[in-house]
Design a binder for this molecule. Sequence first.
Ligand SMILES: Cc1ncc(COP(=O)(O)O)c(C=O)c1O
Length: 467
Amino acid sequence: MESYIKKSTSEGELVLKQKSPEEISKVLQVESLFEDGFQSAQQINNFISNYLENTNHLKNPRYMGHQVAVPHDLSGIPDWINGTINNPSSLYEMGPAGATLEGFMINFMLKKLGWFKGKNLCDFSRLNQNGSGILTHGGSIANLTALSSARATIAPNAWEDGTPEDLVVMGPSTAHYSILRALSIMGMGKKAFVPIPVDENEVVITSTLEEVYTQIKKKGKRVMALVANACATSTGLFDPLEEMAAFCKKHRLWFHVDGAHGAVALLSKEHRKKVKGIEEADSVIWDAHKMLRVPALCTAVLFKRQEQMWNSFHQKGSYVFHENEAIGIDSMPFTIECTKSALGTKLFWSFAIEGQQALVEFIENSFLQTQNLYNYLNNHEDFYCPYPPESNILCFQYMPEIYEDQQQLALRYELINSGEFYITSCLINKKRYLRTVMMNPLTNIDDYKALTIAIAKYALTVKTIEN
Ligand SMILES: Cc1ncc(COP(=O)(O)O)c(C=O)c1O
């Protein structure tokens, strides 16, 4: 792994060179290994080298792609330990150490939200004023969990009787697709999602909230929750949480903040203001496998009031924390998963490798690099950036006057097929943009200068409107 990391980070290395699955199966000798097993240490070594060769090298500073953590070089150790001992952490007695670390990390995250009232982070007693939370496998499951709790509040019988037909959820049309999936899974259907108007950069226009709400009420519907993006997946921009929270307070609505990517702003004194109002939410989700450098997957679902969590998957469930003589913390009653890996260990480890301050610096550096990239592109006459970044996500177009949507997309494919860079693309207000997410701590100005040169080079191979 050490030589792999060295190679991935060395100059001139490609980020991704994709082969077909047929070619990869051949080079990995999957059929014979599957039948006969490894016959020698050499075979294992070859397999690992060939496997690593056919991966997307996130360690390469020219990886600027999806919101998937570029972990610290030692982040894999908890997965290795758990792969050997296999202690799922949803039942305390099946993995006391992992469950303890999960409890500790939940306390830490609650504290960042102002929802932890214990004496110290190792205080696991259930205090009345405390929030609560669990770790789960990913933001999509986390959104489903939080919305299930919202439903239990407005329709306590739903777990037994099914979801009432008059429930809807308000949110920006740019809410992550897992929100709509959650509604469909909960039997409400995608149509139960009522979009709130957004501005040209797809940020919620709060002045429209009352009108949307009035229309919903006129139709005889009830609002189960209002969802906010913190931040939006495509643009990295934050919805105005404070104003949305005030609206929810006024109408006594459940406020859910999807902080999968941007809740990390809570850790930075400089960026905390971007999530002002998040502490007024009823539920928040926070992906650690995005900006906390944890290998996928690990997401926190956090509730302001502990009782909100108890009924997520029960009808009037009573929460028994220390059931008689049982020791410890069971998260199983509150998770979609029955068996769940030792997520708290991975999350704790990410902090413990270099200490909390190192993670804060990583977050601030990622945001800063993105601001620098914006400044650079904004002064470059061939690039157009629609907005200044608020996080480490930035969208832009190359020569939009001659490269239309399809060509921006084609440009991305030319670029990633070359292997020189890995970036993504997205639609904002129905227009196609190139999209970079600064996840790698090694990415710096040399890399994004090189990115602009590479984009200009590969643009020559893309047909424009003119030719
Ligand atoms: C805002 C937001 N919510 C939810 C998710 C889903 O998270 P996961 O990929 O962990 O399921 C994402 C993923 O990018 C996201 O950006």
